[in-house]
Design a protein around this ligand. Sequence first.
Ligand SMILES: [Zn+2]
Length: 479
Amino acid sequence: MNDQKKSQQTLPDIQASFSDWYNEIVYQAELADHAPVRGCIVMRPYGYALWEEIKKVLDKKIKDTGHENAQFPLLIPESFLKREAEHIEGFAPELAVVTHAGGKKLEEPLVVRPTSETIIHYMFAQWIRSWRDLPLKINQWANVVRWEMRSRPFLRTTEFWWQEGHTAHETADEALLEAKTMLNEYIDLAQNYLAIPVLAGKKSESEKFAGADTTFTFEGLMQDGKALQMGTSHMISQQFAHAFGMKYQDRTGGESYPYLTSWGATTRLIGAVIMTHGDQKGLIMPPRVAPVQVIIVPIYNKSMPNADVDTAIASLKKQLDAQLRVKIDSDTQSTPGAKFYKWELKGVPVRLEIGPRDIQQQTVIMSNRVTGEKQTVAWQDLDRVLQETLASIQALLFDRAYARRATQWHKCAKLTAFAHDLETKGGFYQTGWCRKRECEAKLKEYKATTRCLIEERQFPVCFNCDADSPSDVIIARSY
Ligand SMILES: [Zn+2]
């Protein structure tokens, strides 16, 4: 037992050094590995499996709301990005540009897509001829590149994976409804699948997407008190429609330009899951997206041939496979203790132990990753008990995260009063704001930003000056 303990690496203290804990768990749980190119990661099978589960849920939502998937090129002519002034200004510092190909210098440099508005709008201009072509609702699952100086796996990487939805509509109201509909789908994904309570609302002028009229955001509050933007949905500026000549014949026979939206969520969602639910033992996967929901650890001893234990477990797994994602850890080189440790680290919600005595009695020992509770369950009840246990873990994770966020959500009138806590303890600070950039810029001194404007109005004046505040704002430090 001692040797086995020694061979297990321990994780940095989650309370004292959250950031080290995060970096370690990503590698120890085999979610990702370093890539030879700085700022890039390799998603390992376990990390990619989590992404696939998230994709499955989101892809269904995207299709159920009337969008179709398509695939656009990785390379975009540089001139496309320059057509919309704010867009190029926002992205210029992060662009990777191809200048040579096929052994010679290119006449026009090509940009590796940082996002695909420009190439998709170029195509939209050719596809939208009449009002009958609207709405046009496209989604793309892709990788994008935004050069990062300081990267962290899943949170900020030079290359990341995402979906980007792009739509065109006849009226501004329809486009606004679309942007809000997709924001709500994201909120449902975050809260009901990832078990992460989110704050949602509009971004300030300075925080919105380069080229958007309005940006909606949804954000989680991580265990260290920092906000994490988990995704955004935008009303794109009409400038784009004009820049790409997206003219069409409207219902009156006149010429109009469509109203555009775009919305995206990235592999950052994996970072959100890690930082919201993890504990000192490792990850905790929300059951609805867990790559493995139930891990079975066989217990071998001399009272029964190993092959008989394996046969019994295989038939039990078969019974569960229809409803659940179940895996057997049949590694004969590791002790059961080492396996328990490994799957706790990987955050599998439920573990079943089965040995000769359990097989004779037709029972299993079930352990709950979150509560640590163990119970004996009869085979005949196993399906039902597992479903109930996974549902209760899903609910518990959300409730726990919600309760924690409540203790980290502060309401405070003046920056002078909360600046110190904002900088040292983190958390959400709900307050009033006049909407002036000078007041917002003041937050930089505390490494904080406005995260999101909300509709509530508990504070009638600005956190910094004495001007009127139209509605409250949430301020936080963020990733
Ligand atoms: Zn002010």
